[in-house]
Design a protein around this ligand. Structure first.
Ligand SMILES: *Cc1c(COP(=O)(O)O)cnc(C)c1O
Length: 376
């Protein structure tokens, strides 16, 4: 049996929606993007959404719109995809890593204050695997030191903690619609915010810094435009938005199925001595974006290899990023600097979890993991 690590959910609704867009006049940012922004903001219960081409670009646009740049420091986690820190670097600032909590893999909020200097401008938490960080505490620290908060919500579309959802306590929250995320158009991203000025500036920055969109320029009578900012080029196209629009209505159904799968795995692995799992904290609704097991570091690569031999797609989220070559070259961090992130990074294995995964496939993954545990 072959079990893919991920399968997307593009079906007949998305195909029909895409064809509708291909028959329209302009394929770039227009009516479908506006509709997506409106519906996504409504789903997230925030005032504004600005759609871009990736979560990475959304993070960069947010930082630039908030005036974060050269000389500034942004506090974030070393246990995330490299893009979180790359976005900080591309905005011109420097990432300052803070180690994570052993139970969840999220940034250890109790260590944030120690990392604050006169150069700190922002805190950039990542809600790893779909379990949210403690946003109330993060907001409280940020307010005390006059910092902004930008959330990396690439894993946490559906998350909630103590009644707080992404975008509600931060200045902005950024999402990914990359190929393996819970809704996808291959590549895509968005930021949400309750601040009208930030949303307006982000709209300008995503399209070079020009004061009107392509649609306005071509569908209305010609008017001279101006360049207000030295912006980027990362506006979402109507092609991408048309694939995402039908999926918004299915987010909760998709989540429900991932929760079922998560529970099957959790029940099966609960008593296995060789496996531990991140905790979902009381009062927390996980997005169940990834299902991750933690095994002894010296057995991790053996597990990865044997699972793939038996046809099971796997991934690693994530090896601690301060140890990656480019970041080591820039910041000179060493093994031992963030011990908990390193330990999780050396132990972690992600197993398949997505709505199209069948019960039979889940059973095959469970049996295989149990077999491997017993054969060691
Ligand atoms: C996927 C991901 C990103 C990057 O998203 P893109 O849309 O590919 O730029 C950033 N952070 C985390 C935690 C991710 O999982």
């Amino acid at each position: 049996m072959k079990v893919e690590f991920f399968k997307h959910n593009i079906g007949d609704d998305e195909k029909a929606s895409l064809i509708g867009t291909l028959d329209s006049l302009f394929l770039t940012t227009g009516e479908r993007v506006r509709q997506f922004e409106k519906e996504f903001a409504t789903y997230m219960n925030v005032r504004h959404c600005v759609a871009v081409t990736s979560c990475t670009e959304a993070l960069i646009v947010c930082m630039k719109a908030l005036g974060i740049g050269p000389g500034d420091e942004v506090i974030t986690t070393p246990l995330t995809f490299a893009a979180t820190s790359l976005a900080i670097i591309h905005a011109g600032a420097h990432p300052v890593w803070v180690d994570v909590e052993g139970a969840t893999g999220n940034i250890d909020v109790s260590m944030i204050e120690n990392a604050i200097t006169e150069k700190t401008r922002a805190i950039l938490p990542v809600h790893l695997y779909g379990q949210m960080c403690d946003m109330r505490k993060i907001r409280e620290i940020a307010d005390r030191y006059g910092l902004v908060v930008i959330e990396d919500c690439a894993h946490s579309l559906e998350s909630q903690r103590d009644g707080v959802r992404p975008g509600q306590l931060s200045d902005a929250a950024c999402f990914s619609f990359y190929a393996t995320k819970s809704i996808t158009c291959g590549e895509g991203g968005a930021l949400i915010t309750n601040c009208a000025r930030l949303a307006e500036k982000a709209k300008c920055l995503r399209l070079h810094g020009i004061n009107s969109g392509a649609e306005e320029r071509y569908t209305k009578r010609y008017e001279h435009w101006d360049l207000l900012e030295t912006g980027m080029k990362c506006n979402m196209s109507d092609i991408q938005a048309s694939l995402l629009l039908p999926q918004i209505k299915k987010i909760d159904r998709f989540w429900e199925r991932r929760r079922e799968i998560y529970t099957m795995y959790e029940d099966a692995f609960y008593d296995l001595k060789k496996i531990s799992m991140p905790r979902i904290l009381p009062g927390s609704k996980s997005a169940y974006h990834l299902f991750t097991i933690w095994v002894a570091p010296e057995t991790r690569d053996f597990f990865l290899s044997r699972l793939q031999d038996r046809g099971i797609g796997v991934a690693v989220h994530y090896r601690a990023i301060h140890l990656l070559t480019a970041f080591q070259r820039l910041y000179g961090k060493k093994r031992g600097d963030f011990p908990i992130a390193e330990k999780i990074g050396d132990s972690t294995i992600s197993l398949p979890i997505y709505p199209r995964l069948t019960d039979e496939e889940v059973a095959h993954v469970i049996e295989t993991v149990m077999f491997l545990c017993n054969s060691m």
